[in-house]
Design a protein around this ligand. Structure first.
Ligand code: ZN
Length: 546
């Protein structure tokens, strides 16, 4: 078990960190025996832990004994560990002579017993975690799953020292990770845009933009022909004679077939809402009412797709949020509803506001301009200010990949840009959340080939494809599991899982034990460490050495 000493104001972050690194831990209690003692910028008490981890960007007593030369550095450095670069956003303590690395000095200390290994890490772990979960990473470092790297580093330090470690990894039993396919429904019909800026934008991009893209080698001739045909068919679409080519619901159902997916729909027509400065942008208002797409919604529900709220003002006004939620719940009839804000409007108050409005989860934390990890994580997490609402982070959005003002990638490069994110989620577990907009499969975008290739890349790794609600429900089940020391104090812990009826349709949890001598289960190698996986379902109570 890990004992943790941290300042009082860091305690809520410590608690959340150990929901993401789900392993037995507690705040340090005097006189208790711990395998690992983790001190965050605090004086080290007398202890006999086998491994002592000293985090902190301030000089500590430890540095005096081996006379380590250090210098303080303001934020934006990298901690280096086994060729991995972990961005550090707060202050750092650089250890001189180690190529100015923030990490990691290993040694014994005058303050510790001989057998103890001390690892000195020159940054504030919980300040870093707080920064990631609140402020988030700048777009330049979006590609780094920083929070997962912090967890991985801590795990490596413990396991490589031979200490037994028990963990419930963010991996549903029988799979390596979760995929949450989502679709924001912004423009379900071009028919609703007669002579507005959206229609003229479409005409320009299909008739002229396509040709420019063809000349640059970014579009095939076939695509140009498709877009021109669509543009010239527009009068017939408006007349209701030919099918509206922006309505791609059937195509999504066909491509995704047996896979789960979530569609975020805008609850009210013509409401632009207001932005961070109280201003209104008329372009943000939707041109459809839920009654206009009633047939689509019926089809989606009968195909077991989730329908959630694509919110307008819910992020800043809980009364409006409640109305938005109720509008959509009238159609879905579900008890729990998720939300993602249109244009990803969000601020530090938004989690509390959305919780007050009665939402079960939010999926807004992501980037408009790039793909990656704003909160540095592949995991569903909880914001500090809320009790129930969970955050399903958004990782990949089609518009970020293709828009000229954003990443501006051609098809094949867009596919390649997504592969590292698939590799990361395969390595760390967690969820990969993807948003492909409703009209993106049709003219003039024609981003269907890239989406098909992405689905192929994902299917090949057999993840669990889950709706937003199912994903969140699985993480809730993991959060509800607890570790309790046995009263015999024999170093074993009891793993308790809660029986939650709403989590009935999600896969079981996996218990992973590193450096254990017990047998009867299959051992797997991950890096150099050996571990054993045990599947636990809702009714199990397992005793493990820890
Ligand atoms: Zn939107």
């Amino acid at each position: 078990m890990i004992g943790v000493i941290a300042n009082k104001d860091e305690h809520s972050t410590v608690v959340e960190f150990f929901e993401l690194f789900k392993t037995p831990w507690e705040f340090w209690r005097p006189g208790t025996q711990y395998d690992v003692l983790l001190c965050s910028n605090s004086t080290v008490p007398e202890n006999d832990a086998r491994l002592l981890l000293l985090y902190g960007s301030q000089r500590q007593a430890f540095e005096k004994y081996p006379s380590l030369k250090t210098s303080c550095a303001p934020g934006h450095n990298f901690a280096l560990f086994r060729n991995e670069r972990i961005p550090i956003y707060g202050n750092c303590l650089l250890l001189e002579g180690l190529q100015n690395e923030v990490l990691v000095h290993k040694g014994t200390s005058s303050i510790a017993p001989d057998a103890q290994l001390v690892v000195r890490l020159g940054f504030d772990l919980f300040e870093e975690v707080y920064y990631l979960l609140t402020k988030g990473q700048p777009a330049e470092l979006a590609n780094v799953p920083t929070l997962e790297l912090h967890i991985s580093l801590l795990r490596e330090l413990i396991v490589s020292h031979g200490v037994t470690l028990v963990e419930i990894p963010p991996v549903p039993a029988g799979h390596r990770f979760i995929v949450s396919l989502t679709h924001d429904v912004d423009h379900p019909r071009i028919r609703q845009h007669l002579c507005d800026h959206t229609m003229f934008g479409f005409l320009y991009r299909s008739l002229i933009g396509s040709v420019i893209d063809f000349c640059r080698g970014r579009r095939s001739l076939q695509q140009v022909v498709t877009n021109w045909k669509a543009a010239f068919s527009l009068p017939l679409v408006f007349a209701g004679i030919v099918k509206d080519f922006w309505n791609q619901v059937d195509r999504y159902l066909e491509l995704e077939r047996d896979l789960a997916a979530t569609f975020f729909v805008i609850p009210t027509k013509g409401d632009a809402g207001v932005d961070f400065h109280g201003r209104m942008s008329p372009k943000r208002a939707s041109h459809y009412a839920l009654s206009d797409i009633a047939d689509d919604l019926k089809n989606l529900l009968s195909a077991n797709r989730e329908i959630a709220v694509h919110g307008i003002d819910a992020w800043r006004d809980s009364a409006k949020g409640r109305d938005e939620r109720k509008h959509v719940q009238e159609i879905t009839g579900t008890a729990e509803t998720g939300v993602r804000m249109h244009w990803l409007y969000f601020d530090s108050q938004a989690p509390a506001t959305l919780e007050k409005a009665g939402f079960s989860y939010d999926s807004t934390v992501g980037y408009n301009e790039t793909i990656g990890y704003r909160a540095g994580t592949t995991q569903v997490f909880k914001h500090a200010e809320v009790d129930h609402l969970l955050e399903l982070p958004l990782h990949i959005m089609d518009t970020a990949l293709f828009y000229p003002s954003y990443m501006n990638l051609p098809n094949d490069q867009a596919r390649a840009a997504m592969l590292p994110l698939i590799e990361n989620v395969t390595r760390f577990g967690g969820v990969l959340t993807i948003n492909w907009h409703d009209r993106s499969l049709g003219p003039e975008r024609l981003w269907d080939d890239t989406y098909l290739a992405l689905l192929g890349d994902l299917r090949a790794r057999t993840p669990w494809f889950a709706t937003g609600l199912q994903t969140v429900s699985w993480f809730r089940k993991r959060r509800a599991a607890s570790f309790v020391r046995t009263t015999e104090d024999d170093g074993r812990v009891r793993v308790r899982t809660a029986t939650d009826p709403t989590a009935a349709d999600v896969p079981p949890l996996t218990l992973r034990v590193y450096n254990t001598a017990s047998s009867g289960h299959k051992f797997c190698g991950k890096g150099n460490a050996l571990f054993e996986n045990i599947t636990i379902d809702g009714s199990d109570e397992v005793l493990v050495a820890a």
